[in-house]
Design a protein around this ligand. Sequence first.
Ligand code: P53
Length: 479
Amino acid sequence: MSENKAFPKGFLWGGATAANQVEGAYDADGRGLANVDVVPIGKDRFPIISGQKKMFDFEEGYFYPAKESIDFYHHYKEDIALFAEMGFKTYRMSIGWTRIFPKGDELEPNEAGLQFYENVFKECRKYGIEPLVTITHFDFPMHLIEEYGGWRNRKVIKFYERLCQVIFNRYKGLVKYWLTFNEINMILHAPFMGAGLYFEEGENQEEVKYQAAHHELVASAIATKIAHEVDPENKVGCMLAAGQYYPNTCHPDDYWAAMKEDRENYFFIDVQARGQYPNYAKKKFEREHLNIKMTEEDLTLLKENTVDFISFSYYSSRVASGDPKVNEQTEGNIFASIKNPYLPASEWGWQIDPLGLRITLNTIWDRYQKPMFIVENGLGAVDTPDENSYVEDDYRIDYLRAHVKAMNEAINEDGVELLGYTTWGPIDLVSAGTGEMKKRYGFIYVDRDNDGNGSLKRSKKKSFDWYKKVIASNGTDID
Ligand code: P53
């Protein structure tokens, strides 16, 4: 029996989802088309989400899983009741931008969209569940892509600001915890998904990505400013796809390669948490002749509006090598990385490393000394339900137990400050990376397959009761 020391009082246990991966109802009640709708399952998905293949609308011969997803839009009461039954203290979810501003550049919001999220937040509050809201989780209005070119265009900052004004005012008192951009560093790996970027022939893609990143960073600072003005109780966080890079060997070239990879990710958080561009980034722009346009006013906004806390997703650590010949990659991951021979991997090739979570927590804490929030962690696996729709997902329990233990050690042995933990996909949902339903993370099974067949019926897995017990004991009983 493993006995953990207690987690801090008020520790926020829960689960995390994203609008497009659960809601469905893609055209209900005035919702506009978004980038996340037009990314199909199958071999074209990666070229599309990385901005290399153009797909601006639904096309014949493709299946688009986000159109219906698990239909949270019509099942939210039932789903939140199940979260409450597990004892969730928080529920991380995101807002679909095009429910509120269907095209993105309107002056007036869509009331039906605003009402939907108000209902969801009230449903959470009914059970004492604190909503943790991602303002944009890969969501971006298609109209803003076609008319403005996505986040490469400065004008988009204004549209995002308008969205923030509306939601902060409307949900004042209902929502306190906000995240500005999901996995902001994903813009470098999946720029269509992260920033609505599709690249034209001959464009300097690196320059476009960092220009768009600058606009997101400024927008994030503006959001932080408005959130604090509207309600001083508001807490705003940034969000990083984290996971420490290890050097492939103790060769200094490998260490240096790992450090450079880490910096590529921390660059975003350095700006959001410290309020200025780090010198290594300025040098990179110079060296690579990236002409990133920024105004004095931008720099002041960044300086004066740093985040209150740092949130991140953690699934795996990664490995870097300074040797160009070493390039055996792990499969199926947006962040391709060299294989680590010491670690087991999931069925999708994601390497499993609980100690890596403790290491990542310590690195982020040492770098910023701001409270942290783990807002995604979990195991995507194939589940096989029995005739009663029951899944014995001991593999998932094992993964989560080891990560909860690592997080406990980071808090109680190392002294990092952690506000909470939300597992990814407490209810099965559509995979962002692959578009599959088959890659399941949930405590709750949803009857739906990769082709969209199934009754959408929800059933509890074995891990449901396990997580319930973990929360009830505030993390001391993790057996
Ligand atoms: P899926 C790659 C690497 C790290 C995080 O991912 C990632 C991805 C995208 O594949 O994304 C986050 O669904 C993201 C979620 C996503 C989750 O990780 O590919 O914030 O939207 O679903 C898991 O298994």
